[in-house]
Design a protein around this ligand. Sequence first.
Ligand code: C2E
Ligand code: MG
Ligand code: MG
Length: 260
Amino acid sequence: PGTSHVLAEKEFERGSSNALEQEQAMRAGIEGSEFQLMYQPKVDARTGRLTSLEALARWSRPGVGQVSPIEFIAAAERTGLIGALGTALLKQACEQIAQWRTHYTHCVPVAVNVSPLQLLDPRFPQLVAHMLQSCGVAPQWLTLEITESSAVQNLEQTTVQVEQLRGMGVHVAMDDFGTGFSSLNMLRSLRLHTVKIDRGLIDPLPSPDAVAVVRAICQLAEALHLHVVAEGVETQAQAVAARDAGCGELQGYLYSKPLL
Ligand code: C2E
Ligand code: MG
Ligand code: MG
């Protein structure tokens, strides 16, 4: 016990100083506007025309380089910084929409990813309303992407929040559907507009079993009056299979990587 105690302590110290360093760097990064959004197109599965954009966060950490959003979003959730970061990103997206709206006649809606922890805050719908109003953006230009894990774990609360957002005119999409919980009860209970099928189910297309699964999700979505987006489309064969299975919109490197 004596020696393992010493080892554990060293490991702990190293871990916590790393975490602390990252937390401080993130805090400074939020204040210093180091976080930026990139925008990835979604296209109409039939015509190939641009339908909307998804805003994806990027962090270029000084002295370190690009940090993956999977890593820094998780870190922000652990350290309680997700509220501040999420608000900063939502603001950035709304300002960008407002700017596009003043410069271009043809604009498309922008989807912003929302952490389960942001959605847990009962004041979240008010925050969104305030942000839209202060940027002068009409709600139909904003979609919020929520993940199924958050919805399943807090179904009652999520239902209330989604209903409020819907009432305001903001669209809500279920992200990464099909690999996690894939709760059908949740799909039915939440008044969503869109389901995004996870890349994990699109990747094996056009194999017949994968086609069967995607088609089943599309049929279910149609019965519930939900739009379907296929995520992570990388090849023409996947695009054709996803379209034929019933996906209305496609997103992935085949069309474009996220753009600045
Ligand atoms: P997501 O919302 O499911 O976003 C899709 C991810 O798939 C993005 O990765 C995108 O760059 C990537 N992707 C798109 N097309 C393809 C493709 O054809 N092939 C492959 N292999 N990948 C593709 P990214 O930008 O690294 O984001 C990862 C995740 O981080 C997102 O998954 C989302 O859950 C989270 N995230 C990103 N930005 C934000 C944000 O602003 N707020 C929150 N809360 N989460 C965010
Ligand atoms: Mg997303
Ligand atoms: Mg996704």
